[in-house]
Design a protein around this ligand. Sequence first.
Ligand code: SOE
Length: 378
Amino acid sequence: MTTIGIGLVGYKFMGKAHSNAYRQVNAFFPDTPKAHMIAIAGRNEDAVAEAAETFGWESWTTDYHDLLANPEIDVIDVSTPGHLHHTVVMEAFAAGKNVFCEKPLANTLAEAAEMVQAWKAAGTVGMINFNYRKVPAVILARQIIESGRIGEIRSFRGSYLQDWLRDPNATMGWRLQKEFAGSGALGDIGAHITDLAHMLVGPITSVTGMLRTAIPQRPLESDPTQMGDVTVDDWTGFLATFANGATGVFEASRLATGRRNHNAFEINGSKGSIAFNLERMNELEVYFDDDAPDVRGFRTILVTEGVHPYVNRWWPSGHIIGWEHTHVHQVHDLLVGVAEGVSPAPSFADGFRCQAVLDAVERSAASGRWETPVALPE
Ligand code: SOE
């Protein structure tokens, strides 16, 4: 059995999610190359030492260069805030490592282009963590579309709604500052629905968008009696056209009171429709025109059968899976890709294509015009 050495940079929310995935993957996918959790890196010594102990890493360091220099480490997992992606990824590819990077790929399109060039030059695996591609119900949606059962795709409506910033007194973390996060709702969660649209419908060819910062000042984390400027959007919306002629409507919000993690889409085809909502992630709603007229209507498939993607590795039918499983599936594909020397989807190319749409939305919000996403560099 091939063993793949992993070095993780970052130990907060995503570092924890990825660590859990590396811990779980071989227990449920025993024929997958083995994830060897060699080391975790982070700047705060106490916090990274505690993370290593709690999450199951063999060692820790406060300098991620130690991971790059370690010949036992095959994969550098970049689970840092966005402003560090470019630096760490560029150095990791220069060191000949495979890279697994959190989304969005970068804070700017220029950075993303350099990262794609570095990936191509290295010839190693470059994968981005658009984990919602690995929800069995989402893959089933794609299979149904590919089978032609819902006909020609005419429209995609995607919304990723959260509400953790609805309170104006919520303090200003890194996700609210452009220099660290690149953008707000657009890049953090709008990126996910953009990527799902690419996966399910195909390339987006033009966009017209709007960004809003409804709460422009918030208490500082360091001193909540002081206010600071929010420099990213907390809401964004855009219209899109797709290469196949379909149209798209997208909304990303952190102010959607009552919506905790509502990553949802509906796709209308000429012969049927499909709808999904992450808050009910084991279900897929489908409508098929070729159903008998007396029983035709939207119905809900519980996507927990052995025939469904990844599902037979978990529990018997009806025993639902959760958000963390999407990361296990993602890591499974990563390990197989590294063993085979092939970048699995979503690759750095997919990361760039998404970034190009985010960039076009920002340009459109500034210009007031339709804008075209920049093509993937040759
Ligand atoms: C933001 O709240 C966030 O944690 C995103 O950063 C993740 O990508 C998303 O999966 C869940 O929400």
